[in-house]
Every structure is written in C-alpha cells, then in structure tokens.
Design a protein around this ligand. Sequence first.
Ligand code: A3P
Length: 372
Amino acid sequence: DGEAYRKIDAEISGMLPNLPKEKGWASEDLVQYQGFWIHPTFALKAAVQLQHHFNLFQTTGSSTSAASGSLPMYFLATLPKSGTTWLRALMFATLNRSLYDAASPHHPLLTTGPHDCFPFLEMDNMLGNHDHSRPVTSLDHDHHDDRDGGDAMIDNYVPPTSTTQLFATHLPYSLFPKSVTTSSSTYGVSKFVYVCRNPKDVFISLWKFGSKVKAVNTGLAPFSLEEAFELFCRGVCPYGPYWDHVLGFWKASLEMPEQVLFLKYEDLRKEPSANVKRLAEFLGQPFSKEEESKGVVQQIIKLCSFENLSSLEINKTSRTQQYFVKANIVVENSDFFRKGQVGDWKNFFTDDMTKRMDQIIDERFSGSGLTF
Ligand code: A3P
C-alpha cells in the first residue's frame, strides 16, 4: 500500500543529504550507500526496499501474477557492462526453451530486446508500477516511444517461466538480506547467476556507454578517459567498487555453489557450450541427451550471439527497455551492443594505466583464487 512506500521515500529523503556523493558516469551523480556507489533515485530506493521492506518488495516485484509471492526468485546479477544483455538473452532462451524453440523464426528474442524479456529489479519493483490484475500475454512494441510512463509497459513482459520469478539486478550481494539469500526463505531457494568480466574491458565499455548516455540525458560533458580511470580506480563507478562487487558474489559462490553460479564473460566467449550447459544445470533445467544431440545448445548460443542479436531490427533501431522508457531515461537498444570482444581495452590503455590497474587487481584479488 501507498503508506509503506511513503515511509520508504521519507527514509530516503532523510538519508540522502548525508550520503557521500560523486559525479556519475551515465547520470548526474552517484551516492555511496553501504559501501557501494549507486544511482541516488531508483537504485537507492530499491536497495532500501530490499533491505528493510522485503515483504512489500516481494509481493510487488513480480511480473507474473499476484500469487507468485511463493515462487523462488532467480537473479541475473552483474556489474553494468559485464554481459547483462547477453546473459539476459541466454537465461531467457534457456529457461523458456520448451515454450519457445530457439531455432524458430518466431522466437520472442528476434523481435524483443533482451532487456524487455524480464524485469530489472531496481526499476521494476516500485509499488504502483504494476497492475497485476492484467495477465502477461504478449509483447507490444508500440510502446517503445511512449514517454508518458504509463503502466501498460511493465505488463508486457513475456512471462519468464511459470515456476520462478526472474530479475536482472546490478545490486551487490551484500545488499541482499538473508531472507533472500538463504534457503530458509519462505519463497523457496533464491539463485543468483553472476557474470564477471575483466575490469579493463568493463572500464572501457562503461566509459563508452556512460559518455553517450550522460550526454543524451543530462547534457553534461562526459568524462575524459583520464578522469574516468581515476574514478574507476577509486572505486567510483555505477554499483562499484568493481572489486567489492565481484568479490561479494565470488565468495558467495564458493560458500553456496548451489545458490550462486559465478560465470566469466571471457569463459563464455571461449567455451559457450560448456558454460550454457552449466547455466541450464544450475537453473534446474539441464539439457537432456536428446536436446544435446538435436543441437539445442548450439541453437541457443547462435540465437543469443552478439552477431545475431546486434543485427536484429529491434536492437538496431528501437528504444524499448521498458524500465528506462518509464523513467524517461533515453538509452537505445543499440547502446547495449558495441563490440562484444575480449581485450578491447588494449586499444585504449596506456602502459601506465595497465600497470596501475594490474597493481590494483593484484592487491584486491590476491588470495581470492580469482584471476583475470
Ligand atoms: P563492449 O562495450 O565491450 O562491446 P551489458 O550488457 O552488461 O550492459 O554489457 C555490454 C557489453 O556486452 C558491451 O561490451 C556489449 O557489446 C557486450 N554484448 C552485448 N551483447 C552481447 C552478446 N550477445 N554477446 C557478447 N557480448 C555482448
């Protein structure tokens, strides 16, 4: 109900002036909340809701039906620019493969941006943003230019599966309360698929993406490469520090491998089939022998490939991420597809930058078992 949400708003207004603040990469600024640099409106609100008001959050967070409060929540967790778009597509195609044949010319991903296949936790959870009385049936792209923030858009998500609630999130593991991360939750076992990408490529991808989005949405000048690098090294980037975000999920994946799957962008690039099989198994839907021999894994990989997705009309010419459209933030679908390569950082880093980043990686990750 509205009352509880007014309380959250009041709580946020009270804390906002006291939070450390820095310039944003894609937005005007970022605030530091419990150690992480996040967007001062939607991400902060989601973090507070998640931590203190989980019940409300849970019952309003679904895109499926009001009764889904008892369904386990599956999260795709990433730092921005680590492969969210790719994994959204892979998870959607994998989990829904009995509904939608990956080789079909009518697969929803051929006409739907990966960001519209299932909700974004930080922006699709606010009370009042959902109308659960309407069933989720099909996608409607007529809304992509609708800037009035109408409720209809959220209702147009394809239902991920009938047995889970699927969300993408950038929030760090430490901001999730025990009621979500432990199996004793009344909502069943929550699972996290985390995608980690090497920090140098994340940095370049973020700088490129942020520069464009910031200019379009705020009119502010983007960071120079040097300024961006300084901030990144100090940990100031969306949902950063990078190392704390990655280590939070890395440690959780070591402690609870059943609940947290830690994937690497680079591994997915090198060995897509082995990693997509790991993904399916982790999500409780392993590929059968028959599926494997029919080439279903390869079909999913091909469908979700950078080459395929980035060449589709919907991803070349539309702006359909419903959560951004609703918030009046302009991001083109094509902004999520740049090069999709491993090692593009080499085209930008000076020797000094490489040395400095390597030193930070050394300091932060030594002894963790994680290498880049
Ligand atoms: P680059 O900027 O290095 O090209 P996110 O989806 O988390 O925002 O990350 C965006 C990055 O993933 C971009 O990296 C983008 O090109 C890349 N990407 C998008 N779709 C991809 C896909 N299907 N396969 C591989 N990489 C993809």
